[in-house]
Design a binder for this molecule. Structure first.
Ligand code: ARG
Length: 468
């Protein structure tokens, strides 16, 4: 084993001008293979596209291209079988693959890196990886939206308290509350889609930074790798990581949305609320309190939004102030990006499980919806609509009625008519019809409002709009 700071032999890939190899600690800080091995599939796909283009452009022979292509397939098979010898001394995935290719096919392997640099290679690999990850994140969000719409359909008519300041405000329907998140996650999906469209240009062929003197066909490699076009500027091609930043900012925003529904699950499953129950499969126990059912997965989703935010922040800070073109700092783009997408996938899967399997206690929700004079606005609206009172005056009269109910210790719907008439003599017993939580929710039929019929329509519309 090499001792710290003791020189090893120079790199076989780039060590031509070196007399000694890197110190162990140099190797340790320099190597990225520990994490960038995740790019192996993208690296091999990029190399195959590059190789085919080199042959088609007459830069390497067909025979060499065939040897390289089958060698790359063999490397891929080794990696997938778990038999590939990953070597830290070879720094990163690119040099590990190339060195193994050389062991397998010999001399032609050395021609693969013609008209290419690790700078455009890693930029290509990483874009391909982020592109796939964006697609998976979109599928995850669609599954979560499907679960939310499912609960919204089941509970289009389940009345619960709507809150502002976490104080009971007006009755809403549980379905309507679920659909609020369907909209948020829908916008998150559209941000991911925008990021994908913007990033879908191929940096391969930018070479180290300036392009190449070889007659390469960048349109061919872009097309082979499913990109819409080659990138236009070679310096930008190897320097840009804003595709990862943009993807992570979309994940961070989606993570904030996730943390809000997670927080609501924590609140709703607590005993004083008990609006919702999570199944055993999504609850955990306490080691000391046998009766406990803790919503750990929801709490962790709430917490992990912090990671999504800090992963974005980490890469923003790496990129800030870097001069063009490539700097090794940029190797530090991968860990936060991988962590963000991994964390996101886990949280989305856990949230989808919780939402699909939670049960709603409709009776508790309804009872809570009626507390705290939640239909006071309905009374005020009735005074406006039926008595033609200006809203400000109706607000004042309603305040007095609420005070009377509070003094009596009853809900608005239970306040005797005589007490209301003592405040406003024109009130009739027709008013009681608007004071129940069901009638309150059902009356809110304005576009985007909480009425059960609206919610049912919106569920159907959301399934179509979001392809659920
Ligand atoms: N492992 C490197 C990275 O991820 C690959 C590019 C290295 N380029 C260089 N000029 N040393 O950024």
């Amino acid at each position: 084993m090499t001792k710290p700071n003791e020189p090893a032999t120079p790199s076989t890939i780039w060590g031509g001008r070196f007399a000694s190899g890197p110190a162990a600690v140099m190797q340790e800080i320099n190597a990225s293979i520990g994490f960038d091995k995740r790019l192996y599939r993208q690296d091999i796909a990029g190399s195959k596209a590059h190789c085919a283009m080199l042959a088609a452009s007459g830069i390497i022979t067909e025979a060499d291209a065939n040897a390289i292509t089958s060698g790359l397939d063999a490397v891929l098979a080794e990696i997938e079988a778990g038999t590939f010898p990953f070597r830290v001394a070879l720094e990163d995935i690119h040099m590990n693959v190339e060195a193994r290719l050389k062991e397998l096919i010999g001399e032609p392997a050395g021609r693969l890196h013609t008209a290419r640099s690790r700078n455009d290679q890693v930029a290509t690999d990483f874009r391909l990886w982020v592109r796939d990850a964006l697609d998976s994140a979109d599928l995850g969000l669609a599954a979560l939206q499907r679960a939310l719409v499912g609960q919204a359909e089941a509970h289009a008519g389940t009345v619960m308290p709507g809150f502002t300041h976490l104080q009971t405000a007006q009755p809403v329907t549980f379905g309507h509350h679920m659909l609020a998140y369907v909209e948020m996650f829908g916008r998150d999906r559209s941000r991911l889609k925008d990021a994908r469209a913007r990033m879908n240009e191929c940096p391969l062929g930018a070479a180290a930074l300036a392009g190449t003197s070889f007659p390469i066909d960048r349109f061919a490699t872009a097309e082979a790798l499913g990109f819409a076009a080659p990138t236009r500027n070679s310096l930008d091609s190897v320097s840009d990581r804003d595709f990862a930043l943009e993807a992570m900012s979309a994940l961070a925003i989606a993570g904030v949305h996730l943390s809000r529904i997670a927080e609501e699950l924590v609140i709703w499953t607590s005993a004083p609320f008990a609006f919702v129950r999570l199944p055993d499969s999504f609850s955990t126990g306490s080691s000391i309190m046998p009766q406990k059912r803790n919503p750990d997965a929801a709490e962790l989703c709430r917490a992990k939004a912090g990671r999504l935010i800090s992963d974005l922040n980490a890469l923003l800070i790496v990129m800030k102030g870097l001069p063009l073109a490539y700097s090794k700092d940029m190797q530090d783009d991968k860990e936060p990006t991988f962590e963000a997408f991994d964390t996101f996938a886990l949280c989305i899967a856990a949230m989808t499980g919780m939402i699909s399997e939670l049960t709603v206690d409709a009776a508790r929700c309804k009872a809570a919806a009626g507390q705290a004079f939640s239909t006071a606005t309905d009374l005020a609206d009735w005074l406006v609509r039926v008595l033609g009172m200006p809203f400000r005056e109706a607000h004042h009269v309603t305040g007095a009625v609420v005070k009377a109910a509070e003094t009596r210790g009853c809900d608005l719907v239970d306040l005797p008519l005589a007490e209301m008439q003592a405040i406003e003599p024109r009130i009739t017993d027709a008013v009681y019809a608007v004071l129940t939580v069901e009638s309150s929710a059902a009356s809110r039929v304005s576009y985007g409002g909480t009425a059960p019929d609206n919610v049912r329509r919106q569920c159907a519309e959301a399934r179509t709009r979001f392809g659920l």
